[in-house]
Ligand binder design. Structure first.
Ligand code: FAD
Length: 407
């Protein structure tokens, strides 16, 4: 049977960052990822200022800067016909005063290639974890299925669940999240890049008239998230034809048929089922969950990737030494949760607030008169936009690269 010191389940932002950092600490680490590559769309394409600083500290800033990406310097939204700048990153401290809108596969490829340079790092693609090994109530590794369907086992001193919102690790460990109510699901579509961009190039979100959507310029196409009321997907598809959706989306962003015609049928409209929750306890003997596996994030504000990365940095800093010394105690795992619980709770609380805005946008009650107080304040007080940019882009308790990982 194979063995490793730390088995990381899931090669998303949390798993790849944790794998890289632990490998730089000299810990034997194996990351298992169920997909063949990182080429999946709609996974969250925002790299925040605190992650950009981290990449600099890891010696990866220059390589990251070579990727082609638009910079989002402010979050400008049109809400019920009123323009609101929800965050202005240009005034936050630090070198990176923007969110880099990078396809997540580019970001993950960068982490994977940096990690591949470390002798103690192993990445196994097409390896789907199906269960946990347990001895005496303690998790001692994982069971997985390889690409050809062969079952395998890996023994590990510590298993870290970085396998996202539908975490198998979390489920198999018997850890149950407290769930939060969410008002929406998301339809993801690609439309052709409109000539001349969108009406106001800096406006990327529009709410009003019973609709809410966000769009991102990806050069040849625009990736667009259209929000629908929770659980309404099947009903809407069965009662409307695709032209109805094209017309609504086009009307919201001012796109003509040449743009929305890229949506040929309902098959081009992908449903992303939104959920949100948080584990009361992120760990058990021999096991830790981080990222969405520990606290499933709403897509609102586009912060889940950053939070997952920050969890990984904290986990690596706290656990590298016990892992090298061969004894990870519950107390060490509890320290990771203690470190990351507050920043997570603060972000989720603010997402719950934003859900209220979405709820009223989707039920058609959002208008200039019912604009929530924080939005009205943001319109009037520019310094507040710096505060929201700092909280969103850097966050409370931002993690710095541990010394052992710096290059
Ligand atoms: C519709 C939607 C849009 C979003 N948009 C944004 C955004 O723009 N910006 C942002 O910051 N956040 C966004 N988020 C949130 C963001 O996607 C997550 O918070 C973030 O990806 C969490 O990272 P993670 O590494 O914890 O998990 P994930 O990114 O989910 O990665 C988990 C990895 O584990 C792998 N995996 C799963 N199960 C197994 C298994 N059994 N065995 C092996 N591997 C497995 C998966 O293939 C995946 O690679 C969005 C979320 C949703 C639902």
């Amino acid at each position: 049977m194979e063995s490793t010191t730390c088995c990381v389940v899931g090669g998303g932002p949390a798993g790849m960052m944790l794998g890289l950092l632990l490998a730089r600490a000299g810990v034997r680490v194996t990351v298992l990822e169920k997909h063949r590559d990182f080429l999946r769309d709609f996974r969250g394409d925002t790299v925040h200022p605190s992650t950009l600083r981290l990449l600099d500290e890891l010696g990866l800033g220059e390589r990251f800067a070579e990727l082609p990406f638009p910079k989002l310097e402010e979050m400008r939204m049109e809400i019920a016909g009123t323009t609101v700048v929800a965050a202005d990153f240009r005034r936050i401290p630090g070198r990176h005063k923007y969110i880099a809108m990078v396809p997540q596969w580019d970001f993950l490829d960068l982490l994977a290639s940096a990690a591949a340079a470390e002798p103690s790092f192993t990445l196994r693609m097409c390896a789907e974890v199906t269960g946990l090994r347990k001895e005496g109530g303690r998790v001692t590794g994982v069971h997985y299925t390889a690409e050809d369907g062969t079952p395998g086992e890996i023994a590990a001193a510590l298993t870290v669940g970085c396998d996202g919102r539908r975490s198998v690790v979390r489920r198999e460990a018997g850890l149950v999240q407290d769930e939060f109510d969410v008002p929406m699901d998301v339809w993801q579509v690609r439309v052709d890049a409109p000539r001349g961009g969108i009406k106001d190039g800096r406006v990327f979100a529009r709410f009003g008239g019973g609709q809410a959507a966000v769009t991102m310029d990806r050069g040849a196409y625009f990736q667009t998230s259209y929000l629908i009321a929770k659980g309404r997907d099947a009903h809407l598809r069965s009662t409307h034809d695709i032209q109805w959706f094209r017309d609504r989306l086009g009307g919201l962003f001012g796109w003509d048929a040449g743009v929305t015609g890229a949506i040929r049928s309902w098959d081009d409209v992908k449903l992303l089922d939104v959920s949100m929750g948080r584990l009361p306890r992120w760990y058990a003997g021999g096991l830790l969950c981080i990222g969405d596996a520990a606290h499933t994030m709403s897509p609102v504000g586009g912060v889940g990737v950053n939070l997952a990365v920050q969890d990984a940095v904290a986990a690596a800093r706290i656990l590298a030494r016990p892992l090298r010394e061969g004894s990870v105690r519950l107390h060490d795992l509890a320290r990771v949760q203690k470190r990351r619980r507050l920043p997570t709770a603060v972000v989720q609380q603010s997402q719950l607030g934003e859900h209220q805005l979405i709820r009223s946008a989707l039920d058609g009650t959002l208008n200039a008169a019912t604009l929530p107080l924080p939005m009205r304040l943001l319109r009037r007080a520019a310094p507040l936009r710096t505060v929201t940019a700092y909280l969103g882009g850097v966050g409370i308790r931002p993690e710095r690269a541990p010394d052992f990982a710096r290059a």
